[in-house]
Design a protein around this ligand. Structure first.
Ligand SMILES: *[C@@H]1O[C@H](CO)[C@@H](O)[C@H](O)[C@H]1NC(C)=O
Ligand SMILES: *[C@@H]1O[C@H](CO)[C@@H](O)[C@H](O)[C@H]1NC(C)=O
Length: 569
């Protein structure tokens, strides 16, 4: 009897041990059917390339590359009017790294080959000046890992990038990321605004900006916004996938922990108060919006879920994004009125925009950076089957288009403001910091268009055409291709210079298309061309006119700098 009990006990122990140690772990449940993002039914060849327009954009890229190559090869960028060099991204050749994935998607093999040979030789341990981990991650690291992905997926032919080239590019990505590690060396995991590559330590912004408003708050430590803390997970996850080193993705999980698992009350559900102290994690400011400094955190929440739906936290990211998107609609978006509202007809001209909650009040002001929101809402709305968010995104995109269409040049401004039309929004009308404009020119602009220009520059930014790219690939509505063509023609006409494309000082000033004359126009052009012009603006324009299978949203997730990363389930 005793013996048989012992036998049973032994059997139980053996079976338990077997289950504990020998049985292979259950595989994670596979995503049954990954939701399709791009439209699936392109009738009558609508999804094919519009070759004439695609090659016009390619021509703009060739002109941009040529100007840089001739005048400033190896520096961070060329000044498009004077042809002078600029080295304000640590002098590693930012243009080359940031634009390589555009060259790959456009099939510009000679230029890409030159770029790859340059990239292999960059010495990331010796920067000019302090290194900004945010800009460096999105422009340089994103460009490198994406280039590896484009090679791996077979877009780049062997004679342009060999296996050794691919290895070197990946090693460069690793070397750079290792040097950036000290940025995240904080109690909260949120990054320092800068890293000193000599001392290998994180540093605050220069000049030290602990003091937000000298009369008010003094921060004890550097404070940052959600975008800086929460826009590295896509790049780091890709690097972890390529190297199998989990520490890169882990860095990002820590860095955005206090955002995605925010323990503090959220008056706008899903939206976090910022800036945040990187040492204590305390929210030292009370700003909430999807505009500059906050934008790409919200962008990355949904993109991370799309990139890795099987990840244990992805459902949570989806919820956070969904909450934040609904709050954006309920608490920050409004339709503009003509001021003063003249008659019922004016309602036909209402345009929807998104404002900002700044330190206690809603400000009806939006910047070009926030043009990314419609595209992101369309992407997330499609992924989560949320038609209300798709409608919201399309309405906002119409507003974005209006800011481009309402200026004389056909290019939209850096920042604008409006008076909300509907009575429900009147509560914050008086409180709004974006008050009725004082100058006559803006009053006139407001009368005609429903908004006034708060900053008239155009810095060759991509966000509007980026949203058009998502809208076109997701809905297949021809008008988005048409709007993109309008924008391209306007930018090409106004901004093209001898050595590339210049920024506009005032989108209300027509400079014409004569290369010699336009640089003489008072208040016309600015001698600046940021790397995102080639990295993003031209890439998205090209993808709008290319065959919809190129750079498909069912194959790639695009980083906030427009670098495609492979979806590998
Ligand atoms: C946000 O909008 C919702 C829906 O309109 C409203 O119930 C809520 O009070 C708003 N929150 C704040 C803090 O204004
Ligand atoms: C505005 O849109 C209309 C209709 O598509 C178009 O004819 C016009 O040229 C556009 N204006 C500008 C400045 O883009």
């Amino acid at each position: 009897m005793i013996l048989s009990r012992f036998k049973i006990l032994t059997a139980v122990v053996v079976v338990a041990l077997y289950f504990l140690f020998f049985r292979s772990p259950t595989p994670p449940p596979r995503v049954a059917q990954r939701p399709r993002i791009q439209l699936t039914t392109w009738r009558d060849g609508k999804g094919l390339a519009d070759n004439a327009k695609a090659s016009a954009v390619l021509g703009a890229m060739a002109h941009t590359f040529k100007g840089y190559h001739e005048m400033a090869w190896g520096s961070d960028g060329v000044r498009p009017i004077s042809g002078r060099k600029r080295d304000d991204r640590n002098g590693w050749g930012c243009f080359i790294v940031d634009s390589a994935t555009t060259l790959a998607l456009m099939g510009m093999w000679d230029e890409l080959e030159l770029s790859i040979q340059f990239i292999k030789e960059i010495d990331f341990s010796h920067p000019k000046g302090l290194v900004d981990p945010f800009e460096t991650t999105i422009r340089y690291l994103g460009g490198l890992v994406s280039l590896v992905d484009l090679i791996d997926i077979g877009i780049v032919p062997d004679h342009v990038a060999s296996m050794e080239d691919r290895e070197s590019i990946l090693q460069q990505a690793v070397a750079l990321t290792e040097k950036l590690r000290p940025a995240y060396d904080t109690p909260t995991g949120m990054p320092y605004p800068r890293v000193n590559f000599k001392s290998n330590k994180g540093e605050p912004d220069p000049p030290v900006v602990y003091i937000k408003d000298p009369t008010k708050i003094k921060y004890d430590h550097p404070a940052i916004g959600p975008a800086r803390a929460g826009s590295n997970i896509l790049e780091h996850r890709a690097l972890t996938r390529l190297t199998r080193d989990k520490s890169y993705a882990a860095t990002s999980l820590r860095a955005w922990r206090s955002l995605v698992w925010n323990p503090l009350p959220e008056p706008f559900p899903g939206m976090v108060d910022a800036p945040m102290d990187i040492v204590t994690g305390i929210h030292v400011g009370k700003d909430r919006h999807w505009d500059a400094g906050h934008d790409s955190y919200y962008e990355y929440l949904i993109k991370e879920a799309i990139l890795a739906p099987q990840d244990e936290h992805s459902k949570h990211y989806e919820h956070r994004w969904h909450d934040a998107a609904l709050s954006l609609r309920a608490n920050l978006s409004s339709r503009s009125a003509h001021a003063p509202l003249k008659n019922e007809d004016s309602y036909l001209m209402l345009h929807q925009f998104i404002g900002k909650y700044l330190d206690g009040e809603v400000v009806n002001e939006m910047s070009h950076l926030a043009h990314f929101a419609p595209g992101n809402l369309l992407l997330g709305g499609r992924w989560l089957s949320a038609p209300n968010l798709i409608t919201f995104g399309q309405a906002l995109l119409e507003g974005c288009r209006h800011t481009y269409n309402a200026t004389t040049t056909g290019v939209g401004p850096e920042k604008w403001a409006w008076t909300p039309a509907l009575s429900s929004a009147k509560g914050f009308l008086e409180k709004s910091a974006a008050r009725y404009p004082e100058d006559l020119e803006n009053q006139d602009h407001l009368q005609r268009t429903g908004f006034w220009v708060a900053n008239p520059k155009y810095k060759l930014r991509p966000e509007y055409v980026e949203s058009l790219f998502y809208a076109w690939r997701i809905t297949g509505e021809q008008r988005y291709r048409d709007w993109a063509w309008d924008a391209f023609q306007a930018i090409d006409r106004q901004c093209r210079t001898k050595y590339g494309y210049a920024s506009l000082a005032d989108v209300r000033v027509e400079v014409g298309n004569d290369l010699d004359e336009k640089v003489q126009v008072q208040g016309g052009l600015i001698d600046e061309e940021e790397s995102f012009w080639a990295g993003e603006t031209l890439k998205y324009l090209y993808l709008i006119f290319a065959d919809v299978r190129l750079g498909s949203l069912d194959q790639f997730v695009y980083t906030t700098e427009g670098h495609p990363l492979r979806i590998v389930d």
